[in-house]
Every structure is written in C-alpha cells, then in structure tokens.
Design a binder for this molecule. Structure first.
Ligand SMILES: Cc1cc2nc3c(=O)[nH]c(=O)nc-3n(C[C@H](O)[C@H](O)[C@H](O)COP(=O)(O)OP(=O)(O)OC[C@H]3O[C@@H](n4cnc5c(N)ncnc54)[C@H](O)[C@@H]3O)c2cc1C
Length: 399
C-alpha cells in the first residue's frame, strides 16, 4: 500500500514537473503578430506594407549578416558600389511597382548594355542586327538580315531555338552559328545540363532582337536606385514597428516564436525539413577583384560563353557611373547548389515542379503560413516580379 502511494506520488510529481516545464516553455515563447523569414526584396516589401499600412509589428528573421538578400550592395574602399550577388539592373513595365519603389529611392538613369566574347571578338548582346554584322562576313550578314526582317518584321523579337528549326537554310545556318558562339556553352555552364534539356523558356528569356538598338531591356521604366539598393531597402525598413534579426536561421528560432501570420521567403523544402527531398537550385561563385586601371572592359557586363568555367564579368562602376582611377570587377562561376553555397536559380524542370507542389500541398494545411519570393515560390522572378508578387500577397491576406 505504502509502495503504491509512493509510485502515485512520484507519477503525480513528474506530471506536475512536466506540465511546469511545458507551460514555462510555452510562456517563454516570444509573441509577434507577423513574422517574415528573409530580408530580401520580397520580405522587405511585405514588412514595409504591414508596418506602414496596417500599423502592426513585424519581426524579420534573416540568415545572412545583411538586409536586401540578393540585391544587397555596398561601397568598397575605392568608393565603388559593388553589387555583391551579381548585377541587378532594375527594369519593369509595371507602373505600380515603379511608383511603389520610387517612394523609397530616386533613380539613376541606367539602361543596361552588355557585350559577349566570341571567336570574332566582342559583339553586342543580346543579339540584334548589329551583332549579326559583327559576327558574320558582309555578304552572309546582309542575306541573313534581309531574310529575318522579311519573314518576322523589323523590330520583332524571336528565339534562337525557333530559328534553328526554320525551314529556310540560311536562317537555320545563321541561327546555328549564333547558338554555338553565344548560347550553347553559356547555357550548359549556367544550368549544368545539356542545352537540349534546358527548358525552352530559359533560352527564350534572352531573345534575338531584329533592331539596331543595343539596349538589353526594352521596358518602359529602367534604372538603379541612386544611392544603391541597400539604401533603398533600409528606407523601406525604417519604421519602429519593424525589427530585423540578422545572422539568424529560421530553424534555430522557430520553436521560440509565436505569431498570427508567418511569411516565408526561404526555400519550402527547408521549411518542411526536406521531408520529401531537396529542391534543386543553381548557385554561383562571385570572384570580386580590383584592377589598377580606370576601366577593365567596355560595358558593365561581358558574357564569356566559351570560356572554360566563367559565364560573366561585371564591372560595377558603370552602374552608378562612379569615377575612380581603379575599378572593381566580379567574375561569375556557376555551380550546383550544395547546401553550403547560396540558392540563386530555381531549376525549371517538371520533376522539380512536382516536388515543389508536394510541399505546397503540405503548406495548405497551415492556414497562417504564406510562401512567397523567388525561393518560397520556387520561381525565377526578376526584381519587379518579386515586388509585384509580395504586394499581391499582402493585398490577398490583409484586404
Ligand atoms: C545573379 C543574379 C542576378 C540578378 N539580376 C537581376 C537583374 O538584373 N534584374 C532583375 O530584375 N532581377 C535580377 N535578379 C533577381 C533578383 O535577385 C530577385 O528578383 C530578388 O532578389 C528576389 O528577392 P527575394 O526576396 O524573393 O529573394 P532573395 O533575395 O533570395 O531573399 C531571400 C532571403 O531569405 C533569406 N533566407 C532564406 N532562407 C532562410 C532561413 N531559413 N532563415 C532565415 N533567412 C533565410 C536569404 O538569406 C535571403 O536574404 C538576379 C538574381 C540573381 C541570382
């Protein structure tokens, strides 16, 4: 009898202790109405709207040691604004997005231009009629251009892969040379797969323009934030209702936080502890170097399709037209995402879309968790699309 009472007593005390511990842990959880994972453009737009329009508190959790995600830039010791994660030229036809960001920055009038290294030297890129003059002998170039403009019309844009399948032998021959010189190896290096396995939309993203204009983009609004992207992002975050916690991975704090809404702009597989497998991404290594001369190359961007590993070199002083006797250049080397480097490009393949869909079916069971952004939506967004998507989600949730 005494023994039984003892056991009951021990069980009772253990239950009380367990309850106390659970209650304590629960009590110690920090409450914030809105938590955002990722201080990239997507997360920052969401935070800005919630704080400024809803007047609600927001906590941003960011793994890196800075805000801005991939649009982050900084001034180096020579006063050159360096875009740490590769060139970011802003371009959009979306007036709402342009007006929205313009509340937080003035724009330096920058229209992106690029060149590509070929067996015939540097040529204009994306391909236009000038590129054809630079790459082919006069006779072939004239014939090629005439056939192109007769068939598709001056001013139109077409994809190199469509042209390679054209019935006209001259168009086919010209397209095959363009493909070998400018697209094939670039695509193989960038995506780590054979060019025929790359989703056609990826190649079509860099079209052939049947014009004489050397602009990289044709959008109505183009520019670079006059003080840089980081300055713009900091202004957007300048509200006492917004707190940013840098150097913090969501995984390490998720059990300590309570929230009404969670906006997740990280990768969905990581959110669900990779339970269905890893979503593949392409990554890049950026090698940033200083050169003791005023200019290194004739434009901000030069593509190196046929170099062994490198795809692009970017000379940063062009972007804000900064003057200096020295110059800073970054060289880009694509590689697979391996868990230690950064996720940059979702890979557009049916099996990856299917895996992502499985994660989103899990996400549907969590009504107060929203996935968005380049990683959260597993979609190649340009900056304007990332902003538009964040604004759209904000309206859906709060209006
Ligand atoms: C090399 C390159 C060049 C580009 N050039 C252009 C261009 O010229 N023009 C253009 O319009 N667009 C360009 N883009 C696209 C542009 O970078 C994106 O549209 C934009 O950065 C998307 O913002 P985001 O917030 O969705 O993603 P990101 O910038 O990737 O931000 C996501 C943030 O979430 C953080 N995060 C992820 N997981 C966690 C976690 N578990 N815990 C905490 N934090 C986490 C990350 O550290 C990151 O800061 C380029 C992209 C790349 C990669």
């Amino acid at each position: 009898m005494i023994r039984n009472n003892k056991i009951i007593g021990i069980l009772f005390c253990s239950a009380v202790l367990l309850f106390g511990i659970c209650y304590g842990v629960q009590k110690r959880r920090e409450y914030v109405p809105n938590v955002i994972v990722g201080a990239g453009l997507s997360g920052v737009v969401m935070a800005e709207r919630i704080a400024n329009e809803q007047g609600q508190k927001v906590l941003i959790i960011e793994r890196r040691n800075h805000v801005g995600g991939n649009v982050y830039d900084y001034k180096d010791e020579n006063g050159i604004t360096v875009q740490k994660y590769g060139i970011h030229a802003f371009h959009t036809n979306n007036e709402d997005v342009w007006k929205y960001l313009s509340q937080y920055t003035e724009w330096h009038d920058y229209k992106h231009q690029a060149l590509a290294e070929t067996s015939k030297g540097l040529v204009n890129f994306p391909v236009n009629l000038n590129t054809i003059d630079q790459l082919f002998d006069v006779e072939f170039a004239q014939d090629f251009i005439k056939r192109l403009t007769d068939k598709f019309g001056f001013g139109q844009k077409i994809s190199v892969s469509d042209l390679q399948n054209d019935a006209d032998n001259v168009l086919q021959k010209g397209a095959n040379i363009l493909f070998e010189e400018l697209f094939k190896n670039y695509t193989i290096k960038q995506w780590g797969m054979k060019s025929e396995d790359v989703d056609p939309s990826v190649i079509a993203r860099v079209p052939i323009y049947l014009t004489r204009e050397d602009a990289y983009f044709t959008d109505k609004y183009q520019g670079i934030p006059a003080q840089g992207y980081t300055a713009m992002i900091k202004k957007m975050l300048d509200n006492p209702l917004i707190e940013v916690r840098l150097n913090t991975d969501w995984r390490d704090v998720r059990d300590n936080l309570k929230y009404d809404k969670l906006f997740f702009s990280g990768s969905a597989d990581a959110f669900f502890d990779y339970k269905f497998g890893k979503l593949p991404y392409r990554s890049l290594t950026f090698e940033i170097k200083e050169f003791p001369k005023e200019y290194y190359q004739p434009r901000a961007q030069v593509n190196h399709g046929n170099a062994p590993r490198m795809t692009r070199s970017i000379e940063h002083k062009y972007l804000l037209d900064e003057k200096s006797p020295v110059t800073t250049v970054s060289f880009e080397y694509p590689e697979a995402y391996n868990g230690k480097n950064e996720r940059y490009y979702p890979i557009n393949r049916p099996e990856n879309a299917a895996l992502y869909k499985k994660y989103m079916q899990e996400a549907e069971k969590l009504p107060n968790v929203y996935f968005f952004g380049r990683l959260g939506d597993y979609k190649y967004y340009n900056m304007d699309q990332a902003v538009a998507r964040a604004l759209e989600l904000y309206h859906k949730v709060f209006k």
